[in-house]
Write a protein that binds this ligand. Sequence first.
Ligand code: HSE
Length: 432
Amino acid sequence: MTKPLRLGVAGLGTVGGGLVRLLTAHAGRLALRTGRTIEITAVSARDPKKDRGLGNALGNVTFHADPVALAKDPGIDVFVELIGGETVAREAAEAAIAAGKPVVTANKALLAHHGRELAAKAEAAGVPICFEAAVAGGIPIVKALREGLSGNRIDAVYGILNGTSNYILTSMAESGASFEDALAEAQRLGYAEADPGFDVDGVDAAHKLTLLASLAFGAAVDFNAVHVEGIRQISALDIAFARELGYRIKLVGIAKATDDGLDVRVHPAMIAAESALGHVDGVFNGVVVQGDFVDQMAFEGRGAGAGPTASAVMADIVDVALGLHLPLYGVPVAALGGARVIPVTSRFGASYMRLSVVDRPGVIADIAAILRDEQVSIESLLQRGRAPGEGVPVVIVTHEVQEAAMARALARIAALESVLERPTMIRIEEIK
Ligand code: HSE
C-alpha cells in the first residue's frame, strides 16, 4: 500500500463533523478503493475545546486556530476547506495551492466569485481543486457533467439547487406552515447557510448555478450577470393557485445556451407538477441536464446536510487519493469560452400574474386593454370570490411573451387605481 493521504480539514461544523464520521465508518472500504489509508492529521476550528459529539474520532490531530496555517502545515497532503465565506477561505486555498497541495472545497460562494482566478493558480501549480460538495449536496452532478457526460454538448441545465428554500416551499404547500416557521425548522436541521438570506433570496442557488453553467458550457460565467430572485414574496395563495393550474412553485436555476448568449437565472417558477423537478420536494435537490447525444437526464438527492455533503467531499478526496486531476471547469482556463449572459428581459415565456382588484364592473376591461396594448395574450383568467367594491384576487396566465413587454404591462397595471396591491408575477417554465 502507498503512503497514507493526510488530510487537513478546515472547519468542524456540520459538514466537517459529517466528514469525520464518514471516515470513521468507512476507513477500511476507502483504503480498499484507493489503495491508501486516508487520515485526518490536522484541523482548524474556532474553538478546539468545543464538544462536537465526535468522541475520540479525531485522535491526536494537530489543531490550528488559523486555516491559513493549516493549509501551510507540512503534515498535510490535501487541504479540505469547509469553513465557507470568501476572505479567509480564499487566502487558505491560495496558500494550499502555493504549497502544491490539492484543495477540496464545499465553498460555492468562493468558486462562484473567484473560481477562474483560483483555477488559473491551481493550473499553474499543477494541483486540482475539487468541488463536488459545492453543488447540490450529495448529488454527484459535478462528476456527471465533467466526466460522465463529457461526450456531449450540454444545451441546458435546470435545477432545484437550494434545499432550504425547497424545504420551505414544500412545507408551505403541504402543511400550511408559515415562511418563518419552515425556515426555523430548516435551520434547526442544519440545512441553512450561516446567512439564511443566501438561501431564501436565491443567492446560494445562484452560486451553484454559476458553477454548473461554467462546467456545462466550458465558460467562466460571471456571477454578477446572473438574474437572481428569491422566495420571500411567494404566498400561500400563489401556491394554492399553482396547484389548481397543475403546477408546483419551485426556486429554480436555469442555464441555457441560446444563439444570443447564455440564459442564466434563478427565480421562483411554476413548473409542471408531473415534471421531474415538480416531484423534488423537501430538502431534496434536483438537476436536469440536456445533452445533445444523451438527451435529457434527471438527478435527485439530498442537497444539504452533514451526511450527503460529507459524501460528496469524500468522493473528491478519493479522486485525489487516486491521482485524478481534472481542470476545475472541465477545460483549461485558457480554453474557457466567452460567457455573455443575456438579460432576463429577453426571456420569452408564459407567466402567471396575480392581482388584487376592486370587485366592480370595468376593472378587467382596463387590465385587458393594457395587455392588448403591450401585445400580451391571455391564456386563462380566474376570479375567485365576490366582494362588491372590495378586493378580490384575479389570476391571469399569459401565453408566451417577451419579458420586457410583460414588465411594461405589469407596471401599467400596478398603477391602476382599481389594483390594490403590487401585482405578483411568477414565470411559468416548460421544464420536463
Ligand atoms: N444551504 C444550502 C441549501 C446547503 O439549503 O441547499 C448547502 O449548499
